[in-house]
Ligand binder design. Structure first.
Ligand code: EPZ
Length: 416
């Protein structure tokens, strides 16, 4: 199963359920290291990244068991503070165990997470937070080690509202001595979800979801149970698929507040988004109006939705400009879209899209997770067959993607 095949040109009609959020469940799993006992997380999606995080936690001595989207993590047997290099290098989010290990066990050691296809992905802001709380950091031979007999609360200003740094520092501060204030913190919904689990474990946190988060350190935390929020990026991806195929789809298990920027942009492009009791209904318009997009930290337009809209706008009636301000190399889907007949050129951190009447199916590569989603959108929009290779990237973030789309009439399947 290493390819996806799509027969495009079919409007999606029906209902698509959204799974638990990948970018919420990964920090939630790391947070379980802050307590001894069995934490239970519900609505966990069956994704490759969740499996990788289970392997990371198991390498430290925890016992993870996922069945029917309920994940239990028993941390009473943690015996190691070092995660295997190949796992950390495979998934950058593994670095989220650094804060909890440092706070709970006084040290942590792992390989530097390294960059990935979309950018260098430095960790300087994470380390700035740990050092400001008294941790000693040493880096050498591709490894990073952090030590602190006891973290001391402090004020930390983030030069950029980094999601991961906010999460790592918030987790570390939960068990520090005294108070910590994170200024210019990330405001994403996944930060609020993590704060809710930490509070259920006994942490004292105020302000998650705003740019100033205050944490009063406590002596110890206890295991708790928590349900993951729905995946706003998966939901947004399906909303674009409905609009791009001129379909009519009800997306269920969504929090519409998390999708304001996506809803606004879809309406700018001529689609209809109707808030219903059990979800968001998206009705596409065969005429796609041009729109300009600029990615920003939440609540601005999400960088994780940029590739999907670039695919959608490739057939707009005019010229659209998409500007990527978060990552330095997040336009790799454009070469693949141009193979399908799109007319897009990159100028600095902007993509200039001259809309074409239609795309033509061909063989394309999923260069990264969200670029893979963009290829699915382009394939669904195109005349003819599209073959997508390197689909391991897509499986990192989209649970049962072919099943969910086939249920709405799409001709899409996995193939060897
Ligand atoms: C999270 O990554 C998400 N991943 C990403 O989703 C998402 O694109 C990103 O936030 C931005 O919203 C998870 O939550 C697992 P950042 P993260 O730290 O935490 C710079 C997807 O497709 N930066 O907010 O790594 C960094 O280089 C993935 O699901 C520093 O300079 O993102 C980047 O330019 C992709 N120093 C910007 O901040 C640091 O110490 C945003 O990074 C940390 C980050």
């Amino acid at each position: 199963m290493n390819r996806i095949l799509i027969e495009g040109g079919i409007p999606l009609r029906g209902e698509i359920p959204v799974s638990g959020a990948k970018n919420a469940v990964l920090p939630l799993m790391a947070a379980t290291l802050l307590a001894d006992g069995i934490c239970v997380i519900d609505d966990v999606p069956a994704l490759a990244d969740v499996n990788t995080m289970c392997q990371v936690l198991a390498s430290l001595g925890t016992k993870c068991n996922l069945s029917d989207s309920t994940l239990s993590i028993d941390t009473s047997g943690v015996y190691s503070i070092e995660a295997p290099g190949e796992l950390v290098r495979k998934m950058r989010a593994s670095f989220l165990i650094m804060g909890p290990l440092l706070a709970k066990h006084g040290s942590a050691r792992m390989s530097l997470p390294g960059g990935c296809a979309i950018g260098a992905r430095p960790i300087d802001l994470h380390l700035k937070g740990f050092e400001s709380m008294g941790a000693e950091i040493s880096i050498g031979h591709g490894y990073i080690e952090a030590r602190a007999s006891k973290l001391i609360g402090n004020r930390v200003y983030l030069d950029f509202p980094s999601v991961g740094a906010t999460e790592n520092i918030m987790m570390a501060a939960s068990l520090a001595e005294g108070n910590t204030v994170i200024e210019n913190a990330a405001e994403e919904p996944e930060i609020v979800d993590l704060s809710n689990l930490l509070s259920a474990m006994g942490a004292k946190i105020k302000g998650a979801g705003t740019s100033i988060i205050r944490i009063e350190g406590v002596e110890q935390l206890k295991a708790a149970r928590h349900t993951v929020i729905p995946d706003r990026i998966e939901a947004g991806s399906f909303m674009v698929m409905a609009a791009a195929t001129g379909g009519d789809v009800l997306i269920t298990n969504v929090i519409s507040e998390h999708l304001k920027a996506v809803i606004a942009k879809l309406e700018d492009c001529g689609a209809q988004v109707i808030e219903e009791l059990d979800g968001l209904r998206v009705v596409g318009n065969p005429q796609i109006e041009p729109a300009d997009i600029k990615t920003m930290p939440y609540p601005g337009f999400a960088t994780d939705m940029q590739a999907q809209f670039t695919a959608y706008l490739s057939c707009c009636r005019g010229t659209s400009v998409v500007t990527e301000t978060i990552f330095e190399n997040r336009f790799m889907h454009i070469e693949e879209l141009n193979k399908m007949g799109a007319d897009i050129r990159v100028e600095g951190n902007s993509a200039i899209i001259n809309g074409v009447s239609h795309l033509k199916g061909t063989s394309v590569v999923a260069t990264d997770l969200r670029a893979g989603a963009a290829m699915i959108i382009a394939g669904l929009m195109s005349k003819g067959q599209t073959e997508i290779t390197e689909i391991q990237h897509i499986l990192r973030g989209y649970e049962n993607i072919c099943e969910k789309l086939s249920a709405c009439g799409a001709k899409i399947k996995f193939a060897q």
